[in-house]
Design a protein around this ligand. Structure first.
Ligand code: TRP
Length: 346
């Protein structure tokens, strides 16, 4: 059987997974586990690029990895690990930084966003500028051919590909150019119609309790053009309707569409129904979370095994890279620690 092709992806440790992360990334991570050899990492170094308060990092990491298992990442098929436990990423990032023009990094949309803020500009770190270099190293250290990415990561991946080409040109063909692995993801907005995120507190967790799910769905902003209850609505512009299309039965979704469009289904009823639908949909995830919390050691074991595997692969790549780059070598040695030379060799 031919070797499965390799996939790598990562997420910064932000704690429990919410529906935005789940629909936008994690679901596709789960779905490619059979077809590809998958490596998934906690990008804890990346988390430091714009915030060096690490006081909650351990809990955020645990909570996120536990939810990865909840969502269906399967350690028997996928390698789960923490980036900083594989220091080879940092060595490769250093070497990649040598072939990466600063102008490319300054052009990166994420960097530009931070740079635009007058308040932040003076304190932007070298680490933030180098974010895409480290991300390229994450992928290349495993010679991953595919990276499942959400739309917000497309620019980073394009930079990774450019850095790969520059490296290969400078030192020889070491790395395959990583391709985006596009899958059908859904962009779910938060309860306030902005991007769903922890910091905006507009999220619904994969493992939320029923009362929290109901509270958060009832607070959702609906169709902003519908002012009176009997006004005809615009289901295709309504965020609550978008949730129904994902989680309610198709037949019922059509009834809701009509009820909304004709103004006969009040928004409050529509949201209450969504609450019920989500409570039901998320029940197995809540259950699985309880199971994992009753045996947290399992998460530690998964990460320990994953790290060991990741380090084996990363170690082989970095040895090849040192040799190709001819760094650390002496005459007659290939980028390896010198062994004792025979003194009186004939
Ligand atoms: N930048 C990604 C994010 O914010 C996380 C990440 C780090 C990543 N390294 C990666 C994603 C390598 C894909 C591949 O979500």
């Amino acid at each position: 059987m031919p070797r499965k092709r390799r996939v790598l992806s990562g997420m910064r440790p932000t704690g429990r997974i919410h529906l935005g992360n789940f629909e936008g990334a994690l679901k596709s991570w789960v779905s490619v586990q059979d077809e590809y050899e998958c490596l998934y990492m906690v990008a804890d170094w990346h988390a430091l690029t714009d915030n060096t308060d690490t006081s909650h990092l351990p809990e955020l990491t645990f909570d996120m990895v536990a939810d990865w298992l909840v969502a269906g990442l399967d350690p028997a098929r996928s390698t789960l690990f923490i980036q900083s436990h594989v220091p080879e990423h940092a060595e490769l990032a250093l070497l990649l930084s040598m072939v990466t023009p600063i102008s490319w990094l300054e052009r990166c949309p994420t960097f530009k966003e931070h740079f635009r803020s007058e308040k932040e500009r003076a304190s932007l770190s070298y680490g933030l500028l180098g974010y895409p270099v480290l991300q390229a190293a994450d992928i290349l250290i495993y010679k991953a051919e595919f990276v499942p990415v959400g739309e917000d990561q497309v620019a980073h991946l394009e930079l990774s590909r450019e850095i790969t080409r520059r490296f290969n040109k400078a030192f020889g063909e070491v790395f395959p150019e990583p391709q985006p692995l596009l899958s059908r993801t859904s962009r779910l907005l938060g309860t306030d119609r902005r991007k769903m995120s922890k910091s905006l507190d507009n999220y619904i967790s994969l493992t939320a309790e029923p009362d929290e799910i109901r509270r958060r769905t009832m607070s959702m902003i609906t169709d902003t053009k519908r002012i009176y209850r009997s006004d005809p609505g615009h289901p295709d512009e309504c965020n609550v309707f978008a949730f129904h299309t994902l989680y309610n039965d198709p037949e019922r979704v059509e009834e809701i569409r009509r009820g909304s469009a004709t103004g006969t289904l009040p928004c409050a009823d529509c949201k209450a129904e969504l609450g019920d639908v989500l409570v039901r949909f998320l029940a197995p995830f809540r259950e699985k979370r309880r199971e994992i919390e009753s045996d947290p050691e399992r998460v530690y074991d998964v990460l320990r095994d994953g790290t060991a595997r990741a380090r084996r692969i990363a170690g082989r790549t970095i040895a090849e890279v040192r040799e190709k780059c001819r760094v650390g070598g002496l005459p007659g040695t290939a980028g390896a620690a010198p062994t004792r030379r025979k003194r009186n060799a004939p």
